[in-house]
Write a protein that binds this ligand. Structure first.
Ligand code: DGL
Length: 273
């Protein structure tokens, strides 16, 4: 049993889709979340910048005594996971690529897997490498979807919204036409578009939610290592952001599926590392 908190970070609010899953699966766990709301988006930045930001985010979270670190950001997971593990390898550091690639490789029937993510994530080829390691014959079709994150952050997520439906159709058409039967939502913002994406792709296509998959994996790891918080744990939540806290109170409920009732604090993230 280990009642220390799990640290979770993202470039902004998308990682809260992972926290939502953690809360549902493991309500007794304490979580410390950092969202880099002052520097989001990461997905259009260089590898060097993403890595520097990720190392600062992790350095801040490691000021707490954590039992695990969850990288709830597709962009950081594809770009900086090795570097994070090199420095923070004394605790498990789990990103979204391995769990969602494994799930996609297991789910596909026809071997055609679609991947949507930020441009930075797609450019690394990390999902392709990880899926091919498990399923060498898989055909992977990927699409960078740079407009999805700003649309999600502006609340354009509902079926029937002409803007998101038009953009989604434009990004997803080649994947649908290629006949993918499994689609990896390789960015933690995208679960908010699940309904729109599912409606466009049709009922035969299974969606893999990368935030949910990493939540599942960390739960398994903690159980296997006798490191769950235990039944009598008093779960703690602490929320940190790098921009004004009001934006987090306003927007976070869409991602988390509940109101933020705990205090949110602002961090000078550039001072870490
Ligand atoms: N949540 C980030 C990810 O999963 C997307 C936002 C960004 O570009 O920073 O890649």
């Amino acid at each position: 049993m280990d009642q220390r908190p799990i640290g979770v970070f993202d470039s902004g609010l998308g990682g809260l889709t992972c926290v939502r899953e953690l809360e549902q699966r493991m309500p007794g766990e304490s979580i410390i979340y950092f969202g880099d709301t002052g520097r989001v988006p990461y997905g259009s930045r260089s590898r060097e910048t993403i890595t520097r930001y990720a190392m600062q985010d992790a350095a801040f979270l490691r000021t707490f005594d954590l039992k695990a670190l969850v990288v709830a950001c597709g962009t950081v997971s594809t770009t900086a996971l090795e570097e994070l593990r090199r420095v923070h390898g004394d605790i498990p550091v789990m990103g979204v690529v391995e769990p969602s690639a494994a799930q996609a490789a297991a789910l596909t029937r026809n071997g055609k897997i679609g991947l949507i993510a930020t441009r930075a994530s797609i450019n690394t080829g990390a999902y392709e490498r990880t899926i091919h390691a498990r399923r060498p014959q898989a055909k992977i079709l990927s699409a960078a979807c740079p407009l999805f994150v700003p649309l999600v952050e502006n609340g354009r997520t509902q079926p029937g919204d002409i803007v998101i439906e038009t953009v989604a159709a434009d990004y997803l058409r080649p994947l649908k036409e290629a006949g993918v039967d499994t689609l990896v939502l390789g960015c933690t913002h995208y679960p908010l578009l699940r309904e729109v994406i599912a409606a466009y792709m049709g009922p035969g296509v299974r969606l893999v939610d990368s935030g949910a998959e990493v939540a599942h994996s960390i739960g398994q790891w903690l159980a296997e290592h006798d490191a769950l918080a235990g039944e009598d744990a008093q779960p703690v939540r602490r929320w940190f952001v790098s921009d004004a806290v009001q934006g987090f109170y306003d927007l976070a409920p869409r991602f988390l599926g509940r109101e933020i009732t705990e205090q949110v604090e602002q961090v000078e993230i550039e001072q870490y590392l």
